[in-house]
Write a protein that binds this ligand. Structure first.
Ligand code: KG4
Ligand code: ZN
Length: 330
């Protein structure tokens, strides 16, 4: 067998590895999480993240091969995240992939992390109907994009300051909920009422996002009303975030009239956003495509699937075993 790609993702705080076939079938996917390490700091501590990747990377790769009952001889290429991300974390994946590629005689291809997220909805089997408007909401990014097909992508907008995930994480920290804030803020929000009218930055025009004003408004509110029910603050914050995300997505759907709307990235794991997207797509008569929860957060499978795109386009020509790592290319 030679139709499998090894995907390695170490851009942030997950050491993630997967083996994926040409049609997106995931033969194994292993994620070694660092949440326990960063929890006490209320956010990611880059120095510890890089060190934890060093400790986890080889056992994680080994486990992925064992779970798929494959050996390095069986793979066609290695795909590895080349950015964006924390440099110390990225270097662990990049240098490991480079070394293994040389040792095993396999090509190594650098993959943009965001492109990986944008492709994640097609993991296991193709779901996305192209052209698609894709909302990427993760810890590091908030992007609206238009995908003509699985490889040709136009970025429509991004955030001028904080990402959605970052805002969730910061609000989680302000409310004393630990890291990562997203899942806990979401859970708490479900128990509260939307009693506070937080600002919806830049909601009235364009596709660009901004979330720092909302985050500061939550901080100011907490300072002035420390006894206010936390669940109501969480519910009002989530309401403002969703209002902005859905309003901008609706605007993009009206402008671009795609066949489907896709949401990817860690925040796509939020049940509230999934529900709101359902309503949006029904009203806009466009089909909704959401990746299964396990492919919303960082994983190696999305990197392997994106590597397949490059391989199919002939980005490398075997048997030239060459590490290709352009820095700024999307
Ligand atoms: O895509 P991801 O795993 O990593 C990055 O590329 O950044 O996204 C992580 C982000 C974190 O900010 C986390 O708080 C958020 O996704 N997140 C959520 C949920 N699960 C994870 N945000 C809202 N609701 C969730 N259920
Ligand atoms: Zn990510």
């Amino acid at each position: 067998m030679n139709e499998v790609i090894l995907g390695i993702e170490t851009s942030c705080d997950d050491t993630a590895v997967a083996l994926v076939t040409e049609n997106g079938e995931v033969l194994s996917s292993v994620v070694s999480s660092q949440i326990d390490i960063h929890n006490e700091f209320g956010g990611i501590y880059p120095e510890y993240a890089a060190r934890a990747h060093v400790n986890a990377i080889l056992p994680t790769i080994d486990l992925a091969f064992r779970r798929a009952s494959l050996t390095p001889k069986d793979i066609k290429a290695i795909g590895v995240t080349r950015g964006p991300g924390l440099i110390g974390s990225l270097l662990v994946g990049l240098t490991t992939a480079g070394g293994l590629g040389l040792g095993w005689g396999k090509p190594v291809i650098g993959v943009n992390h965001l492109r990986g997220h944008l492709r994640s909805a097609d993991l296991e089997h193709s779901r996305v109907e192209y052209p698609a408007v894709v909302l990427l909401v993760s810890g590091g990014h908030t992007i609206l994009s238009y995908m003509y097909n699985s490889v040709d992508i136009k970025i429509l907008s991004s955030t001028k300051d904080d990402s959605v995930g970052e805002s969730y994480d910061k609000v989680g920290r302000m409310l004393g909920l630990g890291y990562p804030g997203g899942p806990v803020v979401d859970k708490l929000a479900k128990q509260g009422q939307k009693t506070i009218d937080f600002p919806r930055p830049m909601i009235h025009k364009g596709l660009e996002f901004s979330f720092s004003g909302l985050k500061s408004a939550v901080a100011r509110f907490l300072e002035s009303s420390p006894e206010y029910p936390k669940e109501d603050i969480a519910a009002s914050f989530v309401d403002a975030v969703l209002d902005v995300l859905i309003t901008k997505s609706k605007r993009a759907l009206k402008m671009y009239r795609p066949k489907s709307f896709v949401i990817v990235g860690g925040v796509a794991a939020s049940p509230q956003i999934r529900e709101a997207a359902q309503e949006l797509c029904e009203s806009q008569k466009v089909s909704l495509c959401l990746p299964p929860l396990k492919w919303a957060t960082d994983n190696g499978a999305m990197i392997a699937l994106t590597t397949w795109d490059y391989v199919k386009q002939g980005v490398y020509k075997p048997p030239v075993h060459q590490l290709k790592l352009p820095i700024n290319e999307f």
